[in-house]
Design a protein around this ligand. Structure first.
Ligand SMILES: C[S@@+](CC[C@H](N)C(=O)[O-])C[C@H]1O[C@@H](n2cnc3c(N)ncnc32)[C@H](O)[C@@H]1O
Length: 303
């Protein structure tokens, strides 16, 4: 390699660390995990969570095929951070986590491979003028590059919903819907995020688990000790077999050094309309659309 070429590669890979605050700005005691009162804390102790959409949710699969409701990251941000602290979303999509952080006066950074989603995130953030004293930054880059942007021990909460391996990479059959509702505008469409080889949504489960491990190995040193890492995802069904993706993700996170703290069930049955009969009379399978996992890990302290 000649000298000019190697300098160009070096320049391309050099990213300046972001200038973003990561320290708490509230007056809560430093041994408190969050700003919640005991009464608010009690509400978070039930391990089954339900969410409702609000007017800030986009709910348009033509914009993005798999957005979570803003109430989900909002609840986690309130549970695991103080005002002013730094939140990271490695797979930020349309910026739902960033919007939740803005509403709650937390600093936040989010990454996504796809430029179009980052543009949507920027637009959503511009629509609210709340909490100008904090910053929320959407960045178009591979989640593998996150360590180039952030300082060690700066993140208090990492929360995301990654692609559920290659679950969306096949024609959508709407099998869980009532037969007369199945052939809607999304029927038989492939709703994948992209064809980019780095996109975790293009990967079979073993490769997906390795990619998750690799990305979170990079994030681990950036987390504050006892900082939480929340991952929302679902299992897959492939050729009539359940693939327990959530177990593979727990194993990958434990290999990195995170400890599993809570498994929360997101009860989605309030969001499911027009459910069809499924498997009767010989094959009992609960509908995957009625719940998802919210896995909560933390970075343990070393002593
Ligand atoms: C389930 S979606 C997240 C949606 C987001 N929670 C929202 O509400 O809009 C997962 C996202 O991961 C992105 N993605 C996949 N592989 C990635 C990678 N290697 N680095 C960064 N983003 C990636 C996809 O483009 C997709 O937008």
């Amino acid at each position: 390699m000649n000298n000019l070429h190697s300098t160009q590669i070096l320049q391309k890979s050099k990213v300046e660390k972001l200038k973003i605050n990561c320290t708490k700005t509230c007056n809560c005691k430093t041994n408190h995990i969050n700003c919640l009162s005991p009464k608010e804390w009690v509400k978070g102790q039930v391990a089954v969570w339900e969410f409702y959409y609000t007017k800030e949710d986009l709910r348009d699969k033509n914009i993005h095929p798999a957005m979570y409701p803003i109430a989900l990251p909002s609840k986690c941000i309130e549970l695991f951070t103080h005002k002013g602290e730094l939140v990271l979303d490695p797979f930020v999509g349309t910026g739902t986590t960033l919007l939740a952080a803005k509403n709650l006066s937390r600093n936040a950074v989010g990454f996504d491979l796809k430029k179009e989603y980052i543009e949507v995130a920027k637009k959503r953030l511009k629509q609210t003028s709340l909490n100008k004293e904090t910053r929320q930054i959407p960045i178009c880059d591979d989640a593998k590059n996150i360590p180039q942007y952030l300082e060690p021990e700066s993140i208090k909460l990492c929360i995301t919903s990654p692609p559920y391996a290659n679950m969306l990479n096949k024609p959508r059959l709407n099998k869980s819907m009532r037969a007369d509702l199945r052939e809607n505008e999304h029927f038989m469409k492939v709703q994948q995020y992209s064809n980019d080889k780095r996109d975790l949504g293009t990967m079979e489960v073993p490769q997906f688990s390795e990619a998750i491990e690799d990305i979170y190995r990079g994030i681990f040193p950036l987390m504050k000790p006892r900082g939480h890492c929340v991952i929302n995802l679902n299992d897959l069904w492939l050729e009539n077999k359940r693939i327990p993706t959530h177990i593979f993700v727990i194993q990958a996170m434990e290999r990195v050094g995170f400890e599993l703290r809570n498994i929360i069930i997101w009860d989605k049955h309030n969001l499911v309309n027009g459910v069809g009969i499924f498997g009767w009379p010989s094959n009992y399978i609960t509908l995957g659309t009625t719940f998802e996992y919210i896995l909560d890990f933390w970075k343990p302290t070393t002593n």
